[in-house]
Write a protein of this length. Structure first.
Length: 103
């Protein structure tokens, strides 16, 4: 039976402005993993599911920046997040509501 595992990453202005890679801010298994994912969803943070990437990230400590060996995998996730945010972002309103159509 598979036990849920989760890793939360932060890649905010602080990391971007200093040229740093994303860093690990939470990890967990079972109920803790479920809580991490629920909290992310509750705050509108996309949850990307990849058992392989989570397994690789679980080997690192909290607050550690992602090592160069994982840059490509993390870049793919960040690209996915960017697309999610821009596809789901509401269109600017000019008096009428209009849904964005996916590109």
């Amino acid at each position: 039976m598979y036990r849920a595992r989760a890793v939360a990453l932060r890649y905010g202005e602080q990391e971007q402005g200093r040229g740093l890679s994303p860093r690990i801010v939470a990890t967990g298994e079972g109920a803790i993993a479920e809580a991490i994912m629920e909290r992310a969803r509750a705050h509108g943070i996309p949850v990307h599911e990849s058992r392989e990437l989570v397994a690789a990230l679980m080997h690192f400590d909290l607050d550690q920046h992602i090592p160069p060996a994982l840059y490509v995998a993390i870049a793919e996730v960040l690209t996915w997040v960017y697309r999610m945010e821009h596809t789901l972002a509401p269109a600017p309103t000019t008096g009428t509501a209009k849904a964005d159509s996916p590109a």
